[in-house]
Design a protein around this ligand. Structure first.
Ligand SMILES: N[C@@H](CCC(=O)N[C@@H](CS)C(=O)NCC(=O)O)C(=O)O
Length: 251
């Protein structure tokens, strides 16, 4: 039976799994679980993933959630996946696990919380807390610095000195791509100081093209939508303030 990938392309770990399958010629059926429509909370999806999160895969009778576990499973169970994605060498493999474990409580914690409390929260009807956003930005910036000084240290273009990308590059870069949704001022403030990270994103995109941009199309569209909304809101605030200023002078 064909592999099924339950995903929403607004979700960074979902995109990592989709890109991985495409780059490695793994046949799969993508089943959209629209988070904005709360489809992940349906009884039907709960049967597939009791955690009610994407990505999730079903391979025959085997069900699996957690993107890193999924990437490891796909790299191990499907033939033809190039060694660099998940090296057979145990020390290289262990280093990749080290990055993946670190990711959840550092880069992902910072990036996902920051995006939620600056852009996505409003779209999802959730309260946005500036104090939480400020704390998350600190975690995010510190994580980006650590990626540069620890994981991208050395001559390799990819994490832990790799000359070609591994599943860790894909996971972390897809997370950072979420910053595309930010206001340009916020995005430059966070990402601007990290030139090595910027180059690494570009290298990962090039190593996985055309699938990288194809999988991110939905995110790029959302970015444009948020930009338009911000411009409209700024214009209406400007108009309101000029009306307010004009009123007393006419009274
Ligand atoms: N650690 C999980 C995180 C999965 C996750 O947080 N997925 C989000 C989308 S990016 C989700 O399904 N959110 C819905 C929810 O938690 O209610 C992984 O790497 O797969």
């Amino acid at each position: 039976m064909e592999l099924k990938v339950y995903a929403d392309r607004m979700s960074q770990p979902s995109r990592a799994v989709i890109i991985f399958c495409k780059v490695n010629g793994i046949n799969f059926e993508e089943i959209k679980v629209d988070l904005s429509k709360r489809q992940h909370l349906s009884a039907e999806f709960k049967e597939i993933n009791p955690m009610r999160q994407v990505p999730t895969i079903v391979d025959g009778r085997f069900k699996l959630f957690e993107s890193h576990a999924i990437l490891i499973y796909l790299a191990s169970a499907f033939p033809g996946v190039a060694d660099h994605w998940y090296p057979a060498d145990v020390t290289r493999r262990a280093k990749i696990h080290s990055v993946l474990d670190w990711h959840h409580s550092n880069l992902r914690r910072g990036a996902a919380t920051f995006i939620l409390h600056t852009v996505l929260g409003a779209a999802l009807g959730l309260p946005m807390k500036p104090q939480v956003a400020a704390e998350a930005e600190k975690i995010l910036s510190s994580s980006l610095s650590k990626i540069e000084s620890i994981w991208l240290k050395g001559n390799g273009r990819f994490l832990v000195g790799g000359l070609q990308p591994s599943i860790a590059d894909l996971s972390l870069v897809c997370e950072i791509m979420q910053l595309e949704l930010l206001d340009e001022k916020d995005r430059s403030r966070v990402l601007g100081p990290h030139k090595k990270v910027q180059q690494w994103i570009e290298d990962t995109r090039n190593a996985t093209k055309p699938h990288f941009d194809e999988a991110h199309k939905f995110l790029y569209k959302a970015k444009t939508k948020f930009q338009v909304q911000r411009t409209l809101q700024a214009n209406s605030e400007r108009e309101e303030s000029s009306i307010r200023k004009a009123l007393p002078s006419k009274m």
